[in-house]
Ligand binder design. Structure first.
Ligand SMILES: C[S@@+](CC[C@H](N)C(=O)[O-])C[C@H]1O[C@@H](n2cnc3c(N)ncnc32)[C@H](O)[C@@H]1O
Length: 219
């Protein structure tokens, strides 16, 4: 695992925040995990290929490790070394092989078209420049590969959306996560035009699947 990384001040702030949060992260997330996220993670990961190369972006404490396809070669990155250390311990306990790397989602150190799938759950709410991160995720996908996301987003309900905007600075300070990200818009800005979306929890949680066009179809 690399020990140094060059980041922007915003990314450094996010990194420090998640390093501090790592210790209590699983406990703090336990209720949301049980009520909202667990079964949706499982569903998202069923769409990952059973073999080939898979990248998980923002692995956190390794909540997804148990869902990695047994036949896939998985790499997982995070900006927080404390999170990575926890993910490593979880992978060991579950006897799951994964290459963990300290890396910035906005500047992936992988060549173009390396992975058959890129997966991220609850990550692009906290990456400082989500469009840059999504563009990188798309870049490292092979043609025909799948970008699989589970993200909480700004509500499409105008009143609830406004409340989320108002509360966002407080939530970022408390947890590092933006609760008002427009992730579908961000995907389009990153050059991902076609994707399937399913909406959950009043439209606030989205499962997203984008398939990268085969090489001849790339626009
Ligand atoms: C809300 S947690 C989600 C963790 C995990 N994916 C999950 O589903 O529980 C967000 C994770 O994204 C990571 N993260 C934030 N900014 C990042 C960046 N620029 N590059 C890589 N990881 C980042 C954080 O360190 C943290 O582990």
């Amino acid at each position: 695992m690399a020990s140094t990384i060059h980041t922007t001040p915003e990314t450094e702030t996010a990194r420090k925040r998640y390093n501090r949060a790592a210790r209590f992260y699983d406990v703090e997330q336990a209720v949301g995990e049980r009520l909202v996220f667990r079964r949706r993670r499982r569903r998202l990961w069923t769409k990952a290929p059973a073999a080939g190369r898979v990248l998980e972006v923002g692995v956190g404490t390794g909540v997804n490790v148990g869902y990695y396809p047994a036949g896939a070669k998985v790499a997982a990155i995070d900006i927080s070394d404390e999170m990575l250390a926890r993910a490593g311990r979880r992978a060991e306990q579950l006897h799951v092989a994964v290459d963990l790397e300290l890396m910035d989602a906005q500047h992936l150190e992988f060549p173009d078209a390396m992975f058959d799938a890129v997966v991220a759950t609850c990550v692009f709410c906290s990456v400082p420049d989500p469009v840059a991160g999504l563009r990188e995720a798309w870049r490292v996908l092979k043609p025909g590969g799948a970008l699989l996301l589970m993200e909480h987003v700004r509500s499409e309900n105008p009143v609830l959306g406004m409340v989320m905007d108002l509360l966002n600075p407080l939530m970022v300070r408390m947890s590092g996560a933006n609760i008002n990200r427009r992730t579908l818009e961000n995907l389009r800005r990153a050059g991902v035009q076609d994707f399937d979306v399913s909406s959950h929890v009043f439209g606030i949680v989205k499962l997203i699947e984008a398939r990268k066009p085969a090489a001849t179809e790339v626009r």
